[in-house]
Design a protein around this ligand. Structure first.
Ligand code: E4P
Length: 215
């Protein structure tokens, strides 16, 4: 499973990329607004660090989204155009996929939406599991159902588990065979942590200090 960082913060991307496990980045307008930086500059800096950076279109109509999508794609080969899961968005995905421009359909909350996005030619779909959990549903069930449909081999679209809230989401996404999981910085930082690792490492270092100078 590929691991993406869900952020518009370039320093976070650089930090996690140094671990050698980062496959991409997802941004959205809310994350970009939080950082308050020049969007194009941020995307281009991220493209130097990872091979896949999702940049979301924000135009209110089909023609505007098509234009924005083509512009984003012209910035760098690593850009994937993120398009909302609306009927307008589907038209944009069909258009961009016809031009060999990679797309990521965002705000997917049902299997029916996942199927439509894949049929329109999406490279990636992003079902949001945390937001379903937030309203009392089980977001991971949606991923299981999508992966079940995908198991028949009819769709090439990659399933990206989005809106993750804690490490268990990442583990369960991997268990059901999702292709990609995007993870907020704070959650990503928790993934390598384990108290027994910390304690064990400390003890190994202390014991080595006791013997390292012995002939
Ligand atoms: C990723 O592509 C999404 O924009 C993101 O995961 C949404 O997460 P949130 O529900 O925590 O805002």
């Amino acid at each position: 499973m590929k691991l993406f960082l869900d952020t518009a913060n370039v320093a976070y991307v650089a930090e996690i990329a140094r671990w050698g496990v980062l496959d991409g980045v997802t941004t959205n307008p809310s994350l970009v607004a939080k950082e308050g930086k020049d969007f194009k500059k941020v995307v281009l800096e991220m493209c130097k660090l990872v091979p896949c950076v999702s940049a979301q279109v924000t135009a209110p109509d089909v023609e505007g989204m098509k234009k924005q999508g083509e512009e984003y794609a012209s910035w760098h080969k690593n850009v994937v155009v993120k398009v909302p899961m609306t009927t307008d968005g589907l038209q944009v995905v069909k258009y961009l996929s016809g031009k060999k421009i990679k797309t990521n359909v965002t705000l997917v909350f049902s299997v029916a939406q996942a199927i439509l996005a894949a049929k329109a030619g999406a490279t990636i779909i992003s079902p949001f599991i945390g937001r379903l959990d937030d309203i009392g549903e089980d977001g991971m069930v949606l991923i299981e159902e999508i992966m079940d449909v995908w198991s028949h081999g009819r769709f090439e679209t990659e399933v990206l588990v989005a809106s993750t809230r804690h490490p268990r989401h990442i583990i369960d996404a991997a268990r059901v065979g999702a292709h990609i999981c995007t993870i907020p910085y704070e959650v990503f930082k928790k993934l390598p942590q384990h108290t027994l690792t910390d304690n064990g490492y400390k003890k190994f270092q202390e014991d080595w200090e006791k013997v390292k100078n012995r002939g």
